[in-house]
Design a protein around this ligand. Structure first.
Ligand SMILES: Nc1ncnc2c1ncn2[C@@H]1O[C@H](COP(=O)(O)OP(=O)(O)OP(=O)(O)O)[C@@H](O)[C@H]1O
Ligand SMILES: [Mg+2]
Length: 353
């Protein structure tokens, strides 16, 4: 039988956001990553409502059209579930063997997980010896709601695909950073600012040590513009992106921007305070921003000033090899930060689970 893939080929990364679907493919040879394929398709407003898939047929059709437009032949994809449907937690346990850990997890899992354990898939991994306590080790626990994994499987089937890897957004974020910038021994906060949520992943040596999904994002800005000028969501989105044919007063728009973003800053600061409270010895070296909303003009500057941490926009795509005849540099600059999660997913190989 002819194998479907050569030995360990990269999967097609598909990030199903609430605002758009992003697809990306890379190839990796001799450790050099090369962009092979990349595209975005917008979803109609309210395809997702409060984080739940509201219009599966519409989203499936969008995925199908994007894949066909990009001439994706493969049927196997890497996708990710995100935010509220996942819990990542670092716990400290006495040093023990793998079998002992498995037994302990079996009996004590309930106390670490805020969900009914019958409703979640759980994975765990020993990440290090404990920094603070001798004879203890750090274990990373990941719990994902079975219902969300099932939703994704059904959606992908509807679109004619077969999800081979169901990853977690937070891991895709840190994998994309590790593959392009590398963590070294730094502690880095990766923020993915989308339409409906902001993901925060504070990682040390590549391992997420603190993750948060905060329900603020670009839609709030669009909603505020919509309400203030009494226009449709679609028109407000164009106003936000500077694409509307009509003129709206800059002063009012600036006020909306300032008041919305200051609400975000409060939420980010609260999460950072929580992190500092729990990890008092770990300062954050830098914040890297990705996701569509990180392109709001001046946002990086506001965050740098308000959070008092160096802030940079992270564009994984511009950091890997790509043919500039196929991928226009201006397009790569514009779209690259939005592709961070799909990029992290595209790093996954067909041999992985
Ligand atoms: N140049 C830009 N300036 C301001 N906002 C932008 C720009 N480009 C995209 N956005 C906003 O970014 C958001 C979309 O970002 P992204 O594609 O990361 O979201 P998503 O992954 O679909 O959503 P989520 O992850 O929240 O479910 C939208 O609110 C869009 O208006
Ligand atoms: Mg997103």
């Amino acid at each position: 039988m002819i194998p479907l893939f050569s030995k360990s080929e990269n999967l097609v990364g598909l990030d199903i956001g609430s605002h758009s679907v992003k697809l990306l493919q890379v190839s990796s040879s001799n450790d050099a990553l090369r962009l092979m394929n990349m595209g975005v398709a917008h979803l109609p407003h309210e395809s997702f409502v409060e984080g739940r898939l509201a219009k599966p047929e519409v989203v499936a059709e969008t995925i199908r059209m994007l894949a066909s437009h990009l001439k994706v032949k493969r049927k196997s994809l890497a996708v990710s579930i995100s935010g509220y449907d996942v819990m990542i937690k670092k716990i400290e346990l006495p040093t023990m063997t793998e079998d002992e850990l498995a037994a302990r997890m079996q009996s004590e899992l309930g106390q670490y997980i805020p969900y009914n354990i019958d409703e979640v898939d759980v994975d765990y991994q020993v990440i290090d010896v404990s920094k603070n306590r001798p004879n203890f080790m750090d274990v990373l626990l990941v719990a994902a709601k079975k219902e969300s994994v099932a939703d994704f499987n059904n959606l992908l089937k509807l679109a004619g695909f077969d999800p081979l890897v169901v990853d977690v957004d937070f891991f895709a974020l840190s994998n994309s950073f590790e593959a392009t910038c590398g963590f070294g021994d730094k502690t880095v906060a990766l923020f993915d600012l989308g339409a409906s949520k902001s993901l925060m992943n504070i990682a040390h040596k590549g391992m997420p040590i603190f993750t948060r999904s905060i329900s603020v994002g670009g839609n709030q800005l669009t909603e505020a513009i919509k309400d203030f000028f009494n226009i449709s969501f679609e028109e407000a989105e164009m106003v936000k992106l500077g694409e509307s044919e009509h003129k709206y007063p800059i002063k009012e728009l600036e006020d909306i921007f300032v008041s919305t973003v200051s609400g975000w800053v409060t939420q980010y600061q609260r999460a950072l305070d929580f992190y500092y409270h729990n990890f008092p010895d770990d300062r954050i070296d830098s914040i890297y921003l990705s996701g569509g909303s990180c392109q709001i003009p001046g946002l990086d500057k506001v965050l740098r000033e308000q959070l008092d941490i160096p802030v940079e926009v992270f564009n994984p795509v511009s950091r890997i090899q790509h043919d500039t005849k196929l991928f226009d540099p201006a397009y790569v600059d514009y779209i690259g930060p939005q592709m961070t999660i799909s990029f992290g997913l595209a790093l996954r190989k067909n041999r992985e689970k």
